[in-house]
Design a protein around this ligand. Structure first.
Ligand code: GUN
Ligand code: FE
Length: 455
């Protein structure tokens, strides 16, 4: 009796722990009508042959071709969707000036729904083509355009977690890009939450509203408090920026006489469904607070090289028990690819470990034990992201969503250097992680549905 809607036969890579990648050679992945992985069957299992005979030759059976491999879809924990319009540009100023010179003027234009539509369709399509099956988005302050972004995720099949941004403090925001007042900011947020929850009723892969104070400097105390209360009332995800740069970190210390992490906590903004971007300047007490509340760090390594004045001690935070995922931070980070960000995460961690100033003696140059491996970066981009969002995504395992990317290592324009038919599979994994380009991402599936294919 055929009961699975799809069965895939493939060699796959999935994190079994932060440091270990499991190689599932020629496994069967049995998908049910809800788009979940119901059963994972290895060649040694009793029912492998039986299932193969049952499904092979049916339209529900998909065998990956030679040179093709499965990875979990990536989970981008920090994307500013409107900033896609300026990706690759505007990288010459520090954070505060960058926001006021380029970013607030750009985001203010999203009051125009047609302008918003073009850019939001572009960014969702681009992220899917880069293997990102789930994204945690900042939209803008505009309720209608933010809802449009959620609808575009829903239509294109991406799992979108979307926030209407709140910025209501006249001291720190321009007149033409600010919530009308605190009450309006909170009322618009509540209406946005209800509208997205309504939309979600008909979206297989899920779409979620997210409480989104831009960062403490943009928001009044009343707004931060009100947003904490709304998050509790509707049990939503929460996102913001925390201790990103010297300026942002010091601003909060000056205003509250405490670190960003504790200030956010006072407003009810840290919890199991909270994801804070950057967090470069967390001290050990802040990290402990994150670990105790279940708050995750979205590590944005490319962006950090431009705006964070530092390399985040990501290995140290992880060792302290903080949940970690990876973010592109478009457009602070120029790349829509989490492959690019995994690579930068490894590179930056090695530069922190060794240090960068050659005029210092080797033993004084770096911060020992700061390195992460490509396995850990892959974990952050997949399973770590899923844990950060408290969703069953990011692993190729039973009861997880069928969110995958099919990587083709053989295509002519982007052939990976694999010259032996029995190349060590861990080497294949590493070559994919370091060398794959968007051309190699042949198909992308979310919740059991194909949402992207490149012929
Ligand atoms: N802090 C406040 N807003 C932003 C933003 O848009 N990008 C980054 N990188 N940091 C921020
Ligand atoms: Fe950001």
């Amino acid at each position: 009796m055929i009961s699975y809607t799809k069965v895939f036969q493939a060699t796959a890579f999935s994190s079994s722990s932060p440091k270990e990648v499991e190689i599932l050679k020629e496994y069967l992945f049995c998908i049910n009508a809800d788009g979940l992985i119901e059963k994972v069957v290895g060649p040694e299992a009793d029912d492998y042959k039986y299932l193969l005979e049952l499904y092979q030759g049916t339209e529900n059976f998909h065998r990956l071709a030679d040179g093709q491999y499965l990875l979990p879809g990536f989970i981008d924990l920090h994307v500013h969707a409107p900033q896609w319009a300026q990706s690759g540009t505007a990288l010459d100023l520090p954070l505060y000036d960058w926001l006021n010179t380029y970013t607030f003027p750009l985001e203010s234009k999203f009051s125009d729904i047609q302008f918003a539509k073009d850019i939001y369709e572009g960014v969702v399509t681009t992220l899917l083509a880069n293997g990102t099956t789930t994204a945690l988005y900042f939209a803008t302050i505009h309720k209608e355009a933010s809802l449009l972004l959620a609808k575009i995720c829903a239509e294109k099949g991406q799992r979108g977690l979307v926030g209407k941004v709140v910025m209501d403090d006249p001291e720190q925001t321009p007149e033409n890009y600010r919530d009308a007042d605190t009450q309006t900011a909170l009322a618009d947020t509540e209406e946005f939450i209800l509208a997205v929850k309504e939309l979600a009723k008909s979206v297989k892969q899920g779409v979620y509203p997210v409480i989104t104070p831009r960062f403490i400097p943009s928001c009044t105390d009343e707004a931060l408090k009100g947003l904490g209360e709304l998050a509790a009332k509707y049990d939503t995800h929460i996102q913001s920026h925390c201790s990103e740069s010297d300026w942002a970190h010091t601003y909060v210390q000056d205003r509250f006489n405490k670190n960003d992490a504790f200030a956010l906590h006072d407003f009810g903004l840290l919890g199991d469904k909270s994801v804070m971007a950057h967090c470069n300047f967390l001290n050990d007490d802040d990290a402990e607070l994150f670990a105790n509340t279940g708050t995750a760090v979205s590590h944005c390594p490319i962006s950090n090289a431009y705006f964070a004045n530092s390399v985040i001690p990501i290995a140290h935070l992880h060792a302290k028990g903080v949940e970690i995922g990876l973010g592109s931070d478009i457009s602070g980070g120029f790349s829509p690819s989490l492959f690019d960000n995994t690579r930068q995460a490894v590179i930056s961690s090695r530069m922190l470990d060794d240090g960068v100033n050659p005029s210092l003696p080797a033993e004084k140059r770096g911060v020992p034990n700061s390195r992460i491996t490509i396995n850990e970066a892959f974990y952050f981009a997949t399973a770590g992201g899923g844990e950060s969002l408290s969703l069953p995504i990011g692993r190729l395992a039973e009861n997880y969503a069928w969110d995958v990317q099919i990587i083709d290592t053989t295509i002519a324009s982007a052939k990976l250097p694999i010259y032996s038919t029995n190349e060590d599979l861990f080497d294949v994994f590493q070559k994919i992680m370091y060398l794959a380009r968007p051309e190699n991402i042949r198909e992308v599936w979310v919740q059991g549905e194909k949402v992207h294919s490149r012929m």
